[in-house]
Design a protein around this ligand. Structure first.
Ligand code: GLY
Length: 384
């Protein structure tokens, strides 16, 4: 017999769970369908950096979205802690972005001026100042920027708490269920056909991450052009003697200290299709970059390695809001910023679904940017 839900969210990653939580808290009956295990894809693989200031040079709409995402994060974490009683490792010490070459130093000097002009909180540090804050940094760095407002969070804690919160608020999470296709009534959503039968619902959210484009049953032009971009990561076991307080960020690698005594070293950025493997080349690249930043890391034991697939849209920006198929919403393509943008995405998609509103901050990210002027064209040329 068919099952029923006010809203079906396809994808039990951090984005799908944050949307489901928001909708459940507003009184909707929500079902999350997760193909594998909740939060074990990109949300589990991420390093949890909440770093719009390190990640962006220009104050473009994507930066503005990410900064709005960061502004609400501490409150979001606090509310999840209170609601679920779960610990969530949140580190607000800030980030240090060192320059290791003359070219990088010139780039960071320019970036510093630009960020100051744009009101970003940033400090310029001499080598001595940087090494006073973080003595394990290489003495070969030339200068550094410090971003006190960039934070980091243990993303796996957030996902576990979000799943608990969805359930506490009456939501249903079904793992091991694959959404096969959208069922239409005329041109609008009427349900989802899955490996566990039919769900009748007028509203579906595609939060399928890097598989978002493979949702069947809708016009080809309404598929979201998203591809996987692999990130390999490793962790050292440094115990209580963790050498860093700040997150250390460069173009080559970042070092993220966790309070459980691991130092996360990430991440590669690779076009490898859906192959979420750890490779010798990837690990070597991370080791090389990490040792340039902090040669002393070579004596710490290796804890683990893993890899994940970032969902990246054709233009590199998230895809958020109502699709051309009435009743279908997109929430994917968050690329390097999925952990950061999850709470804000939850709010924005709930606003779109419940109140049919497009907050101005969301407008540049609407899915119709890919097909508005090109109906009939498919988005399938993107299969790289
Ligand atoms: N957020 C950093 C990354 O995706 O590697």
């Amino acid at each position: 017999m068919a099952q029923r839900s006010d809203i079906v969210v396809i994808g039990g990653g951090i984005i799908g769970l944050a949307i489901a939580r928001q909708l459940c808290q507003s009184g909707s009956a929500v079902t999350v369908l997760e193909q594998h295990r909740t939060g074990r894809g990109a949300s589990w693989a991420a390093a949890g950096m909440l770093a719009p200031h390190c990640e962006f040079d220009e104050p473009d709409p994507y930066f503005i979205l990410c900064r709005a995402g960061l502004e609400r994060y501490a409150g979001f974490v606090e509310s999840l802690r209170e609601e679920t009683g779960r610990p969530i490792d949140y580190n607000a010490t800030g980030m240090i972005y060192p320059a290791l070459s003359g070219g990088e130093q010139a780039r960071l000097e320019t970036r510093y001026e630009r960020h100051l002009r744009n009101g970003v909180s940033v400090e310029k540090l001499t080598v001595r100042e940087a090494r006073r804050l973080e003595p394990d940094l290489s003495n070969r760095i030339r200068m550094a920027l410090r971003y006190p407002d960039d934070h980091q969070v243990e993303n796996r804690d957030v996902v576990a708490a979000l799943a608990q919160s969805v359930r506490l608020n009456g939501g249903v999470i079904r793992e091991g269920v694959t959404a096969r296709k959208i069922v239409l009534d005329g041109n609008r959503v009427a349900g989802v056909d899955t490996t566990d039968g039919l769900w009748n619902t007028p509203t579906v959210v595609n939060a399928m991450g890097c598989r978002a484009r493979y949702l069947e049953g809708i016009p080809a032009a309404h598929r979201i052009p998203i591809r996987p971009v692999r990130g390999q990561i490793l962790a050292l076991r440094t115990g209580a003697a963790t050498p860093f307080k700040h997150t250390i960020y460069t173009g080559g690698a970042y070092l993220v200290p966790r309070s459980d005594g691991r130092l996360i070293i990430g991440a590669t950025v690779e076009e490898a299709g859906f192959r979420d493997e750890v490779t010798l080349g990837g690990v070597m690249q991370l080791f090389r970059s990490a040792l340039e930043l902090a040669p002393g890391l070579k004596s710490w034991p290796l804890d683990s390695t893993w890899s994940g697939l970032r969902p990246v849209a054709r233009d590199g920006w998230p895809v958020l809001g109502a699709m051309g198929t009435p009743g279908l919403y997109a929430a994917s393509g968050h690329g390097r910023n999925g952990i950061l943008l999850a709470p804000l995405t939850g709010d924005l998609i709930a606003e779109a679904i419940l109140h049919d509103r497009v907050p101005p901050i969301m407008r540049p990210f609407l899915p119709d940017r890919f097909y508005a002027a090109r109906t009939g064209e498919t988005n399938d040329e993107h299969d790289s």
